[in-house]
Ligand binder design. Sequence first.
Ligand SMILES: Nc1ncnc2c1ncn2[C@@H]1O[C@H](COP(=O)(O)OP(=O)(O)OP(=O)(O)O)[C@@H](O)[C@H]1O
Ligand SMILES: [Mg+2]
Length: 320
Amino acid sequence: MVIVMIDKINILNKKVIFVGGKGGVGKSTSAAAIALAAKNIGKKVLLVSTDPAHNLGDLFHTKLKGEPKKVEGNLFVMEINSEKENDRYIASVKKNLEGQVRSSMIEEVHRQIDMAKTTPGADEAALFDRITSLILEELDRFDLLIFDTAPTGHTLRLLSLPEMMGVWMDGMLERRRKTNENYMQLINDGEPVDDPIFKTLQARRDKFSQVRKVLLNGEMTGFLFVLNPERLPIQEGKRGIDTLKQHGIPVLGIVVNKILPDEVDGIFFQKRKIQQLSYLKEIDKLFTGIPQVRLELLDEDISTPLHLKKVSKKWEELIC
Ligand SMILES: Nc1ncnc2c1ncn2[C@@H]1O[C@H](COP(=O)(O)OP(=O)(O)OP(=O)(O)O)[C@@H](O)[C@H]1O
Ligand SMILES: [Mg+2]
């Protein structure tokens, strides 16, 4: 593989990296190759796939689960599945309510919770909850967490969740606090009430604000955009980077993947190369100031551990 290196991307001193971009541009292969490269350089790495259509297992030729699995030395890989996370989340909510709800009510409460499970966005929220826990719990165990994400829109919504959930939860906490105050004055002889629901909400609120701090901290966290020299991936990259900027999430760099090699010949490829050249110029213009690396299209898919090894060797030169 020939790499057309332009800049090095600052990855090794980060703690959390998200790899995003349009469908099929090369997010999973880049995330996996970077993870392997960082491991080879001496980092202890956890690579997490959050994409419902996983293929990291194929790439490492191993069966992955919802918990970190050691695949090679200090490289651990896992896949999280939003539906399973939703099941898990709902089970934990039910468990938390045990002993807090009158037994005559429990059936109705469980029915309501089961309904909440099927509302739009519930899988996403549960997925985000897991990502949040992973970031907060695994940061100490690993030097670097790399998230291979689903196509852009989904990921950006996910990253803006802590902000939205924060506002929503503040509202809930405030209402709960007022109820408790009334209760305290009217029934509890002015004594403060011990409210487990308030405590649960507060703990969740704290968890989200903690993760938000990590996401917005440019020293620790960054987003890597993968795109191809084609119109739609470029547009999506531009939109994505603008949105990340709005949310204050730092962008580490862009990976321009699948560039046609110089040695391609024939009128068909010559024509495509000319078009590609103008897209590359556009990329330079649109993403000025953002570190950029360029990788060529290989003559075969990157689908085996051996292919991955080759690409990751190149990545060892591209990250610092
Ligand atoms: N530089 C490259 N040369 C040749 N093939 C590549 C290159 N980069 C990626 N591919 C191939 O392109 C396909 C898509 O790559 P990959 O799965 O990494 O993309 P993705 O962005 O993760 O896709 P999805 O959005 O479906 O998750 C795969 O078959 C992969 O082997
Ligand atoms: Mg993928």
